[in-house]
Design a protein around this ligand. Structure first.
Ligand SMILES: [Zn+2]
Length: 318
């Protein structure tokens, strides 16, 4: 990854950028951490692996009100953070392609997206709040047992994947049927990953899958098996591997950034609240954008934490 970036080196107290309405402006800090939120079922009732549609919508409202803005996982990986000055990027991920994540309802001969499915909620929210952004990654299971097989509406599988890709959402690899990759040898691990991609690309032939979410959070014995390979003519290459827990991710500009081991936050009531409160109390640890994706703004005191391989940086002191 080549990044052409300018580092604007500033003292945090010296510059307060314009920020979102109703909240205290935060100075830019693009070495702060970023939440990658992990959802499973969007359904009833609320449970360990289930968020209700109402609670999911409320999560979006809470994030928006607190100055978070959606970015794609790809943009995070690429360090292309295009959110307004004073706001914080957040990534939404959905694992296991359960029905409530994306459902079509049929009525009068037409099919419409269920407004209570995650995609319906995201679409409505993005229409109402265009500056929130429209982004989420769906780590789907192409050959799991129902109901987790590609959102569980066989007649709409292709249409759904095509819709996601066309609307700027992302599709990720989660293996063919949620295989625990730590249990298997190289042939099976690679086969699971390549086959999952092949199934997805039957519906969206040109779609480039960039990330794998580990089923159960378990790495294969050799991580390189999951990163890239070729099986029976199917070539896969991942820029990121996502875990199932671990807290907020480091900034992509930080020395701590490791795309092969990206932690996530399970979007449960308690855990989400914990981290939102944490960043309210520790605003200096939160990624806050300078509003310019071509510039990396960091507090002078944190300069040593910048990645050393960002070779093309130009340092600008203010
Ligand atoms: Zn899963």
């Amino acid at each position: 990854m080549r990044l052409l970036l300018v580092v604007a080196l500033i003292l945090t107290a010296a510059l307060l950028v314009a920020s979102f309405a109703g909240a205290e402006p935060l100075p830019p800090n693009e070495l702060g951490r970023v939440m990658i939120l992990e959802y499973h079922k969007i359904d009833y009732p609320e449970a360990r692996w289930t968020r209700t549609p109402e609670n999911f919508r409320r999560d979006l409202e809470t994030l928006y009100a607190r100055g978070y803005r959606l970015i794609s996982l790809g943009d995070l990986i690429d360090g292309r953070i295009a959110v307004p000055a004073g706001t914080t990027p957040v990534v939404l991920t959905f694992d296991d392609s359960s029905p409530g994540q994306f459902r079509y309802l049929e009525a009068n001969g037409t099919a419409e997206i269920d407004p209570k499915s995650a995609v319906g909620i995201l679409e409505a929210f993005a229409d109402a709040r265009p500056d929130f952004g429209r982004a989420a990654v769906f780590f789907v299971l192409p050959a799991a047992d129902p109901p987790n097989r590609l959102f569980n509406q066989p007649a709409y599988e292709g249409r759904k994947l095509q819709y996601l890709a066309s609307r700027g959402y992302e599709i990720g690899n989660h293996t063919l049927w949620h295989a625990n990759l730590g249990k298997y040898d190289e042939t099976i691990v690679r086969g699971q990953i390549a086959s999952a991609q092949e199934w997805i690309q039957r519906h969206v032939p040109d779609y480039k899958i960039r990330a794998l979410a580990l089923p159960h959070g378990v790495y294969p014995k050799d991580v390189s098996w999951a990163l890239s390979g070729s099986v029976k003519g199917v070539t896969y290459s991942h820029d990121a591997i996502l875990q199932v827990s671990g807290g907020p991710a480091p900034s992509p500009f930080s020395r701590d950034w490791d795309a092969v081991r990206l932690p996530r936050i399970q979007a449960l009531e308690e855990e989400l609240r914990h981290w939102l409160v944490y960043f309210e109390r520790n605003p200096g640890e939160r990624f806050v954008s300078d509003g310019d994706p071509s510039v990396v703004t960091v507090p002078a005191t944190l300069r040593a934490r910048l990645r050393s391989d960002l070779r093309n940086l130009r340092v600008v002191e203010r």
